[in-house]
Structures are given as C-alpha cells and as structure tokens.
Ligand binder design. Structure first.
Ligand code: PEP
Ligand code: MG
Length: 549
C-alpha cells in the first residue's frame, strides 16, 4: 500500500480504479453539425444495430445460461426502445445541432445520474444498464468507447490538473473522485467536485505514470489521503466510513420538500450553482429552490466556435423550463483568467485575473454580448430567468450594460420576437463594487456576492496559486465585513443580496450569514440539504445574542 497526502477540496470516500488522465485524451466530443437529419439517421441505424446485437446475445445466452439469465439482454433491448430515452437523444441532436455521439453520451449521463439517485435499489441498478446500452450505441456509431475512462466501471481520475475546457468533456457519470497534482482550492476542478459531491484532492504528490494507472485506490476526502492498493484493514475501515456517510446522506434526504426557515421564522433562499445543463439532475435531486448561478461561459468552453444565439436560446430555455417557474440566475459569460477559449483569440496578458475578462470582454466586444443577451431575453419568456453581470467595478459599467440591453430589446421588438422581463443583478466580486454597493443597489434588482474573486482581489492573492492556499483566508474579517456592507446597502435600497461564491457553502458560516441578513445562498447541489439542516436548527436571534442555538 502506498499513501499520498493531498489537500482535500471535498470530503467523502471513493473506492475504485485509478485512471490517469493525460492531456490530449478526449472522450466523446461535442461537434456541431449542419445536417441534423443525417445525424438522426445515424442514430436510428446505430440503435437498430445495437438491438440486433442484443438479439443475438439473447439467443446465445438462452442456449448457454438459460432464459432467466438471458433476460437482461431483452431488458436492454427494451431500454433502447424507451420513448423518453429516444426523445432525449433526438431532442439534443435537433435543438443543439450536435453529433449523435454527444447526444447519446449526454442522455446516458443524465439518465444514469437520475437512476443512481433513486431510492429504490432496483431502479438504482438500472443506472449501469443505461450506460451499458448507451455504450453499445456509441460503438455502433463508430465512436468506440470513451478514452479517458477506458473501463466500464467508474474510476478515480488522476491528473496533473484539469482545465475547465477538459472537465467539460469528461463523462462525469464515470468519475468517482478527482485527484490532482496541481490546482488550488478554488480551481475549476475543485468547484466541479463540489458540484458533483465527490471526494477530491489537489496538490497531491503522486506519480502520474503507467505504474499507477488501473490500480485500486481509496480516496479519503475527509483526511486528504489517497491509498494506492490499500491493505485489507484500510479498505475495510474506509468501506465502513463510506457506509456511514451514505446513511447520513440518506437521512438528509428526509429534508427534501422542507422550507428553508429558521426556528425563529427567518427564511432564506437556497439555490444551486451549475455550469452545465447536465447539472440540473443534481439540482432536482437535492431539492434546489432555484439556480443562483449558471456559469454560462461553460457553453462557450464546450463549443468550437462562438455559440450562436439559437444554440444559447435553446439551452437557457431548457434550464428555465426544467426549473419550472423557480428562479434561474444566468451569469453572462465570464471568459478570461483561467477560462480560456481558443476562438476568442485573447492576447497574452501578464495578469489575466486582472485582465480582459467577463464584462470587460462584453463591453469591448458588444456583438458577442448582444448575441448572449438576445438569447437570454428571448428565453426569459419561457420561465423565471434573471440575468447577472460579473466583475462589475462601478456604476458606469452598469449604465453601459443597460444601454446595450435597451438596444437589444429594441431589436427584438423590431423583429417581432417574443421576450420576457428578466430581473438584472450584479455580481459583487471586486472591492470596488463593495465600496460602491450603495450606489449600485439603485441600479440593480439584486446582488450576488462572488466570494471566490472577492477574496482574491481583497487579499491580493491569486486564487489559482496552490502555494498561496494557506494565505487564501475566505474567513478574513475584511471579507466578512464586506459581505455585511453589501447586504446592508442592498436592504437599504430594497433589493436582496446573496452569496454564490464557494464561501456560501461553508457550513461553519451558515449561522453567521443568517445573522448578517444574507437573503440567498447559492451552493453546489450537494451542499443544499446539509445547509438546510443547519437553517432548520438555528435560532438567529439567540445566535446574535451569543446564546446556544
Ligand atoms: C466568484 O468569484 O465567487 C464566483 C462565483 O464566480 P467564479 O468562481 O466563476 O469566478
Ligand atoms: Mg468570479
């Protein structure tokens, strides 16, 4: 047994095989296609081929192992005929104009996640079947298996670090845990692990070679350790921890459907952060009251070229419709810094975090911004969409945004295109925005505090630099005072203020946030129920008076 220490960014225990991720290896690619009818035909043909193969397997199995044991192949055939599954694949091809492989992989991920989260054990086991039949269609499509995760079973991904553009390609239903050599607590991999609620380690000194690929390992996200080829005793201990955590998670499920209200009657909105349409399943499973942050830049990162208005419109509309009237806050693109897109052709910058990113790109290239705004405004006619602008520093930027918004609305009117009236909020993630929050509150419908960047810019600490993690103190009194100031200024102007940075999910601060009057917390889906539990058990007034609560 070898043991390596890393830094935990999400707890829990994962047991499985290691799959070493090497740059350049890709899974099923999302490719835009013109000829969607051709793609639909390819899908139908591949499906028929898969059904034929399963028929052959059934006949062979009946002879060899008897009818009862062969039934699985019949069930798989039936799954391929499932109306919902087929509709999902064809819908993705048609609405997103993408290749059949991607549509099958995305449907497989969604369905298997959904089954895996069901209470009924029999249904949970169907998750593996969905993946199996999807894999069969994928190979019939000529795509073969997905290379990063070479095996059928889910694996522990071991990588140097994963760029956002790489993680968007991963088949997430096959990832048990992330372990990286580099990265930081605020890196995208860490945020993704939290979204997926799987254990993850960063800064782990572990060899990334063939000697470790495929070995059995245990990731202990609670202690920041990875055991490669664990001994019997460790394996048993870790299985026990895993079992207890599962029981705890099951208990939390009982909180589904409950209001987020404290013992003394204070309510708070508890929303989810997502980066992708696929994350919606996790939001629904964890009873998210809405989406507090949809990082729309991931649509750009997944594309080979600027996503069109139509492509974006369909995605935003799907999210709004899926959330069925619950609030969906979509942040306009936050490209730049660590989120680089080749086709943006960004020039090299000495300090990308302080460079041309987010709203600065939108204001310097309004045609890109307008495409997104048109899609957002149009989609807002189909649900409860709000728009949120990142990296604001002052009121001048907001006025420039509003001017562009008015132009967009006028164009939509002129074209007779339907659109809604979304709330428009501001991310408070620069110290300048905090200091101007009294004035900004007059210009916005809501505030959402991005504590990841706010901490970086307030403490002058690069959030991507692992070596600075010990200095990156999101509990720093300067940050907490800023949050209080923003909340107070929001309330004075009659608007609400929430937190969508990672700090919002810090359960050691939940009571403090309630006492501060924070109106909304937007967190990774897996953090919703643990936070709800604290809210339900808190008496805010007693907490403020320092009484036990
Ligand atoms: C933040 O900065 O806190 C935030 C939510 O945005 P991102 O992490 O995407 O920069
Ligand atoms: Mg930010």
């Amino acid at each position: 047994m070898q043991v390596y220490q890393g830094k935990s960014v999400f707890g829990g225990v994962a047991i499985g095989k290691i799959s070493v991720y090497r740059k350049g290896e890709q899974q099923v690619k999302r490719v835009r296609v013109e000829d969607t009818t051709g793609e639909l035909t390819r899908y139908q043909e591949a499906k028929q081929e898969a059904i034929r193969q399963l028929g052959d397997l059934y006949k062979k199995a009946v002879k060899e192992v008897g009818e009862a044991n062969a039934a699985i192949f019949e069930i798989h055939q039936m799954m391929l005929e499932d109306e919902g599954y087929n509709e999902s694949v064809t819908n993705i091809i048609k609405t997103q104009s993408v290749n059949a492989e991607y549509a099958v992989a995305a449907t497989s991920d969604n369905y298997s996640q959904m089954f895996a989260a069901m209470d009924d054990e029999y249904m949970r086991e169907r998750a593996a079947d969905v993946k199996d039949v999807s894999e069969r269609i994928l190979s019939a499509l000529g795509g073969g298996t997905r290379s990063v995760v070479n095996t059928e079973e889910p694996v522990i991904i071991l990588a140097d670090d994963l760029a956002p553009s790489e993680t968007v390609q991963l088949d997430k239903s096959r990832v048990l845990s992330f372990v990286t050599v580099h990265g930081s607590v605020n890196s995208h991999t860490a945020i993704l692990a939290r979204t997926m609620s799987i254990p993850a380690l960063i800064g782990t000194e572990i060899p990334l070679d063939d000697t470790i690929d495929g070995r059995i390992a245990v990731v202990d996200g609670n202690r920041g350790l990875i055991y490669v080829e664990p001994d019997e005793k460790t394996l048993e201990e870790m299985k026990e921890v895993q079992k207890r955590e599962k029981e705890k998670a099951e208990l939390l499920q009982e909180l589904k459907g409950r209001e987020n209200v404290t013992l003394d009657g204070k309510k708070i909105m508890l929303y989810a952060n997502i980066g992708n349409i696929k994350d919606l399943a996790m939001v629904v499973q964890n009873d998210g009251g809405g989406i507090g942050l949809f990082r729309s830049e991931f649509i750009y990162l997944e594309s080979k070229d600027y996503p069109t208005e139509e492509e974006q419109f369909k995605i935003y509309k799907t999210v709004a419709e899926t959330m069925a009237g619950k609030r969906v806050i979509i942040r306009t693109l936050d490209i730049g810094a660590d989120k680089q897109c080749d086709y943006f052709h960004m020039e090299h910058e000495e300090n990308p975090a302080l460079g041309l990113r987010a709203i600065r790109i939108c204001l310097t290239q309004p045609e890109i911004f307008k495409t997104q705004l048109r899609a957002l405004f149009r989609a807002s006619a189909y649900g409860n969409i709000s728009i949120m602008y990142p990296m604001i520093t002052g009121v001048e930027e907001v006025r420039r945004i509003k001017k562009i918004v008015e132009e967009v609305k006028a164009e939509l009117v002129a074209q007779n295109l339907e659109f809604g009236n979304p709330d428009q909020g501001i991310m408070i993630e620069t110290p300048a925005a905090v200091m101007m929050s009294d004035v900004l509150a007059e210009e916005a419908d809501f505030f959402s505090i991005g504590t990841n960047d706010l901490t970086q810019y307030t403490l002058a600490i690069d959030r991507q630099n692992l070596k600075l993690d010990s200095f990156y103190d999101a509990h720093h009194p300067a940050v907490l005072r800023m949050i209080q100031m923003v909340v107070d200024n929001a309330h004075k102007a009659g608007i609400w203020a929430g937190i969508c940075g990672e700090l919002g999910a810090d359960t050691t601060l939940t009571k403090e946030f309630l006492a501060m009057g924070v109106d909304e917390l937007s967190v990774s889906p897996g953090s919703i129920l643990p936070i709800r539990k604290i809210i339900l058990e808190t008496d805010v007034d007693a907490y403020k008076e320092g009484k036990p609560c």
